[in-house]
Design a protein around this ligand. Structure first.
Ligand code: SAM
Length: 280
């Protein structure tokens, strides 16, 4: 059957290059090119952007990004076995796909990218969360990227978009939503992947805001939020004792009842508290 880009179907690519999925690299591949094109579309208007893709594997999402018109794709893949398959895609899209073989946690990609930059990835859970936290905590804001379109286990996706007063609300929600708009744009059942993982997945799309939603020093905010959620069952006056000796008075000044628990406090209120802590 013809594919959307005229290149061989991904099943053939995997067979011809003997890309048996490795558990150690978290390899669950997307083989449906219509689906990868849909994920690429959810990343926004790619035509004028460089796209950083982490973990292209056999190239399903890479092909989706290219078909959907990405100006250039820079793909970082740790598995050397995938390089030959990715070279075939690069040959079909001259000058539009650069592949770096390496660990995304170590490779410095900035010099290879020209703004505007979007990031898209279907990554193993642990690497994905670590990269997300790094991308959300750059030395300066706005960050080097405009948007992140990332596949996660559904439970992690729900933690990213969670609202106060819900079970999933915590550090990740605050980190993400303080300086980004974040939403789940797609849900995928295990059968969408080969091999099928145990859990459902979801694609989260985050757009960087030009400036934080509410002013606060990122380091102080992170300290307050971390302390609040490290002991999420405790009242804030106890959980935040280590943050400041007069925390109870500061909580009251911020309009947060000292008997409240972190999971019920809005991002705006956390920022108010962080400003008072920084000034105290
Ligand atoms: N993007 C492909 C797809 O959607 O079919 C593959 C997705 S698979 C879930 C994750 C990919 O990330 C694998 O190709 C794996 O080799 C790669 N990977 C795992 N850890 C990595 C790391 N630290 N740096 C770069 N790539 C990594």
């Amino acid at each position: 059957m013809a594919t959307i880009d005229g290149l061989p179907p991904l099943r053939e690519v995997i067979r011809d290059h003997e890309l048996v999925a490795k558990k150690s690299l978290g390899q669950n591949f997307l083989l449906d090119l219509n689906l990868t094109a849909r994920i690429a579309r959810s990343a926004g208007d790619l035509a004028g952007s460089d796209v950083l893709e982490i973990g292209p594997g056999p190239g399903g999402l890479t092909r989706g990004l290219l078909v959907e018109g990405a100006r250039r794709v820079l793909a970082v893949e740790k598995d050397p076995r995938c390089m030959a398959a990715l070279s075939e895609i690069a040959a079909a899209y001259p000058g539009r796909l650069e592949v770096i073989e390496g660990d995304a946690l170590e490779v410095d990609v900035r010099a290879h990218l020209t703004p505007p930059i979007r990031i898209a990835a279907n990554l193993p859970y642990n690497v994905g969360t670590e990269l997300l936290v790094r991308w959300l905590t750059p030395p300066e804001w706005p960050p080097f990227w405009q948007s992140l379109t990332l596949m996660f286990q559904r439970e992690v996706a729900e933690r990213i978009v969670a609202k106060p007063g819900t079970n999933h609300y915590g550090r990740l929600a605050i980190l993400a939503q303080w300086r980004c708009d974040a939403k789940i744009v797609m849900s995928l059942p295990p059968e969408a992947f080969t091999p099928a993982p145990k859990v459902h997945s979801a694609v989260v799309h985050l757009t960087a805001l030009p400036e934080p939603r509410y002013p606060a020093d990122p380091k102080v905010l992170e300290r307050v939020v971390a302390a609040g959620f490290n002991q999420r069952r405790k009242m804030l006056r106890a959980a935040l004792k280590s943050v400041h000796p007069q925390i109870e008075a500061l909580l009251e000044e911020a309009g947060i009842p000292p008997t409240e628990r972190a999971e019920r406090v809005s991002i705006e209120a956390f920022c108010r508290l962080a400003r008072l802590v920084a000034a105290a």
